[in-house]
Design a protein around this ligand. Structure first.
Ligand SMILES: Cc1cc2nc3c(=O)[nH]c(=O)nc-3n(C[C@H](O)[C@H](O)[C@H](O)COP(=O)(O)OP(=O)(O)OC[C@H]3O[C@@H](n4cnc5c(N)ncnc54)[C@H](O)[C@@H]3O)c2cc1C
Length: 467
């Protein structure tokens, strides 16, 4: 009997355009499909709650797709190194294939596993699948810290190769014992907070393509202008599908065009991966050395009001409630909510990063850390601290009729447009009982802004004086 080739699925939960799967299946070799739930290796970055919900359904979808082709997705929980070791021994696999990841913990894990398997005489091959360009293809040595030169280089590398079809023939091993997905308890039970996630999403490769086709057919044409508006259906909402690799960035670039504004956003995702690859402490420390040790405030009540969508600023609260309900938030709202937390409230960006990590279905170590540092002004843009989003102004510009706020804040549905983004200033007779129950702002925008800039000047000035 031909020994099987083992394919270790990770963030590539798809059959199409999956280079590791395609290489393993080449020549008609039987493929043993494996997924390992390894909660130890990522350390403090083990999957958060919303992502665990997604993973459950995505694995369910992949498992069904593999079963429909006569195979089985083998599920094992534990340290990936030990699981691979055991499965190679019991199955007689002589080769292991996987697609690369770029988080520091994953890079270290891959290196160790590759060496251990090679020492046993097992052939190991890894592939590019998550990104159109790997970090070292665009930038060597210390990497690029500014997006424009990164994007220029990313474009110069030219159109990517066309995506790969589902391997055909695909012979799959079906008789290896697997743990049951249900036994992993990935979705929440008590309490079950996932109703909004179930209503909103269809995890898995088929759901990803359904969403992509709809976006490419309808919204992609107006994406450049509509993508800033949370009140419109102007963005793809493909981020969780991309995060779990149910659809490849390469296939999307191939369809949308390398020079499209949509592909440019996909390049931001790759910029983030590159930044984390070369700056492994991106999620932990301010990129700008001068801002390390910044005196972020300690304010548990403020943090909690922000998390619950009860800051008294409707654009912020709408975003935070969208997040709690659906596990996703529009990019503009992510910027507005993150800015209120880190500037007006002057709370540590890592607290926001943690909350997003646990609540986003698309929680991605690189994009989350880069974006939080960008909004906090601690990242690559040295003038970033002065960029402070005013939620009232943002509301007037990006949600002028209030459709976004009214959708997520039913208690404000009856507030007239003119007051919707600052209901506490409305004449009381214009507010119904529901709107009167909405909290007054927990922070004054002008005072919060002034405090942030004063603390910043004192901190940076202090460091400057010492140098
Ligand atoms: C504070 C903050 C935290 C964030 N955390 C995450 C995160 O954990 N995971 C995540 O995928 N994105 C994160 N983003 C980036 C961005 O908000 C989301 O990628 C985007 O909103 C996803 O929606 P979409 O799929 O409709 O995007 P679209 O506008 O349709 O863009 C297509 C794809 O491009 C990528 N992309 C778009 N914008 C960005 C960006 N600014 N940075 C990186 N990639 C981008 C995403 O993969 C996205 O799916 C964060 C942004 C902020 C401001």
């Amino acid at each position: 009997m031909t020994p099987p080739a083992l394919v270790w699925f990770r963030q590539d939960l798809r059959l199409a355009d999956n280079p590791a799967l395609a290489a393993a299946a080449a020549g008609g070799r039987p493929v043993l499909a494996l997924f390992v739930l390894d909660d130890e290796a990522p350390g403090r970055w083990r999957l958060g709650g919303a992502a665990r919900w997604w993973l459950h359904h995505s694995l369910d979808a992949l498992g069904r797709a593999i079963a429909a082709r006569g195979g089985r997705l083998v599920l094992r929980r534990g340290a990936a190194a030990a699981v691979l070791d055991e499965l190679v021994a019991t199955s007689g696999a002589t080769a292991v294939f996987w697609n690369r990841r770029y988080e520091p913990w994953a890079v270290a894990q891959d290196r160790a596993i590759k060496a251990a398997l090679a020492a046993r005489g097992v052939a190991v091959r890894s592939f590019k699948a998550s990104l159109v360009r790997e970090p070292w293809e665009v930038a060597a040595a210390e990497g690029l810290r500014v997006f424009s030169p990164f994007h220029r280089r990313w474009l110069e590398l030219g159109p990517p190769d066309p995506p790969l079809p589902v391997p055909d023939p695909l012979r799959l091993v079906g008789d290896v014992p697997s743990e049951s997905l249900a036994s992993w308890d990935l979705p929440p039970t008590q309490p079950d907070w996932a109703a909004g996630l179930r209503e909103t999403w269809r995890p898995g490769e088929a759901g990803a393509w359904e969403r992509a086709e709809r976006f490419l057919a309808v919204a992609a044409g107006r994406y450049g202008s509509a993508r800033h508006r949370p009140d419109r259906d102007g963005v793809s909402r493909l981020s969780p599908h991309l995060r779990f690799g149910e659809i490849s960035a390469r296939a999307l670039v191939h369809r949308a065009g390398l020079h499209s504004s949509f592909a440019r956003q996909l390049a931001w995702r790759e910029f983030a991966a590159q930044l984390l690859f070369y700056q492994p402490d991106l999620p932990e420390h301010e990129l700008q050395p001068a801002l390390r040790g910044f005196p972020w405030r300690d304010d548990a009540a403020g943090l909690r009001a922000w998390q619950r969508g009860r800051t008294g600023w409707p654009m912020v609260d709408a975003g935070m409630r969208e997040l709690r309900r659906t596990g996703w938030m529009h990019n503009r709202a992510r910027m507005i909510t993150a800015s209120l937390l880190t500037k007006h409230l002057l709370l540590d960006w890592r607290a926001g990063q943690d909350w997003f990590w646990d609540n986003l279905v698309d929680a991605d170590l690189a994009s989350n850390a880069m974006s939080w540092q960008w909004v906090a002004g601690t990242g690559t843009d040295t003038r970033g601290f002065a960029r402070i989003f005013n939620p009232v102004k943002q509301g007037a510009e990006q949600d002028p009729q209030g459709a976004y706020v009214r959708r997520w804040m039913p208690e404000l549905a009856g507030v007239p447009d003119a007051w919707l983004h600052r209901p506490h200033e409305a004449p009381p007779e214009l507010l119904d009982a529901a709107a009167r129950g909405y909290p007054r702002p927990i922070v004054d925008l002008a005072a919060g802004r002034a405090r942030a800039l004063t603390v910043y000047a004192a901190h940076v000035g202090g460091i400057g004086a010492e140098e």
